[in-house]
Design a binder for this molecule. Structure first.
Ligand code: NAD
Ligand code: GLY
Length: 375
């Protein structure tokens, strides 16, 4: 274990044998990153990968902390936004890493949201056949989901996250205070991934969010910490049970994502619909479709829709600038999902709030009719 620990930080562990790692959650961890990372280093050299927006807020305190811990460091600053997660930026990132004098013992530190975490994590997985890396997530989405579990990836012309690796970080430092500068829309998008955990596995957590969601968006420290810790604990347990998604356990984390990825593809992977917003709409559609198939009660479906609506998240195709006329293109995107098996579409569907299951070979004609009737 590391030496000094911020008084307010809580520690969880992702139990993966010799690849186990800790997740620290609390305010002020960016400023203490150096002392937390130093004991894990093979040589006192770090390269920070971040984006320009995050760098403006948090690169200086992170670098000061690395310097204070005697860690030599330099930074590579990427443009912000999903468009950065492509092959061209990945190629430049690898060239920049290799020309900056890194060695196998260099630690890569990914400072930013899911975009930075995914592309920097994939670079760490591949450069010099793999170097250690640390995640310092600065969006709510990255704090409750993408920084934990070792999925790294970039997008290609064929679709989202289709090139990547399972590659676990050595440490995740979740500084909840960084959310103070996150735009509200991004915060709400990340909130959707928080709700996901309640919907797939923890009805009590969903009920707590139903009561306390305002405290979470208003960044009340206790509520935020509880939301992040509960989410990370669930994710850590699922990853420990099914690291590479070979069973159904980790697949459940894709709840809302088969619809969501199709919606993102159809709206151009950009500002029209953020990833978390697409997941929110995907979760609402999954509940409605399951209700139509008689798998879940209409009461639960309504409750979920009302909760997401109250959070200001999209729950209709219209809110995403689409309509039922997009049914065929959406189905075509769903047919390219990573979970497709023998050409059949896989959906994660609810049985009730707090329980979900994997449906292989979803009934495509019913799905088309359902989407075509959506407003
Ligand atoms: P993002 O990384 O693009 O961040 C959103 C925006 O917020 C960016 O403009 C960024 O510069 C800015 N930002 C980040 N932190 C900030 C802060 N503290 N203050 C002010 N601005 C800040 O988006 P995201 O929502 O974090 O991540 C989305 C990505 O995550 C998608 O590419 C998705 O595929 C991926 N993802 C990966 C996993 C996984 O398991 N690997 C899981 C879910 C999502
Ligand atoms: N976000 C889905 C997963 O990590 O498996």
């Amino acid at each position: 274990m590391t030496g000094k620990q911020p008084a307010a930080a809580q520690r969880l562990t992702v139990a993966l044998g010799e690849r186990s790692y800790d997740i620290l959650v609390g305010p002020g961890l960016v400023a203490r990153a150096g002392e937390e990372i130093a004991p894990l280093m093979r040589r006192r050299q770090a390269v920070v990968v971040t984006d320009a927006t995050v760098a403006a807020h948090y690169l200086a305190p992170l670098e000061a902390s690395l310097g204070a811990a005697g860690i030599a460091h330099h930074a590579i600053v990427l443009p912000p936004g999903e468009a950065t997660k492509d092959l061209a930026h990945f190629g430049r990132l690898i060239d920049d890493l290799l020309s900056s004098g890194i060695e196998r013992g260099t630690m890569l530190v990914a400072l930013g949201g899911g975009v930075v975490g995914d592309i920097a994590g994939f670079a760490a997985a591949t450069v010099l056949r793999g170097i250690d890396f640390v995640q310092i997530p600065t969006t709510l989405l990255a704090q409750v989901d993408s920084s934990v579990g070792g999925k790294t990836a970039i997008n290609t012309a064929a679709g989202k996250n289709l090139v990547g690796a399972f590659y676990q970080p050595r440490l995740v430092l979740i500084d909840t205070a960084t959310l103070a500068t996150l735009p509200r829309r991004e915060l709400r998008a990340g909130y959707a991934e928080t709700v996901k955990y309640g919907l797939i596995a923890d009805a009590d957590f969903f009920s707590w969010l139903d009561a306390e969601n305002r405290a979470v968006y208003d960044l009340d420290a206790a509520a935020l910490t509880r939301a992040v810790i509960t989410s990370c604990r669930m994710k850590a347990d699922i990853v420990a049970a099914d690291e590479r998604e070979t069973g159904d356990a980790r697949a459940l984390l894709n709840f809302g994502h088969t619809f969501g990825h199709a919606l993102e593809a159809e709206t151009g992977f950009g500002d029209a619909l953020l990833h978390g917003e697409a997941v929110a709409l995907g979760m609402a559609l999954a509940f409605d479709f399951a209700a139509e198939l008689g798998l879940v009660s209409a009461v639960d479906a309504r409750r979920v829709r009302d909760h997401l609506d109250a959070a200001g998240l999209p729950t209709t195709l219209g809110a995403a600038g689409l309509s039922g006329t997009a049914a065929d293109p959406l189905l075509a995107h769903m047919g390219k999902d990573k979970k497709v098996r023998d050409g059949g579409i896989t959906l994660i569907l609810p049985r009730r709030i707090g329980e979900a299951f994997v449906m292989r070979d979803a009934p495509v004609a019913r799905l088309r009719a359902f989407l075509a009737a959506c407003d």
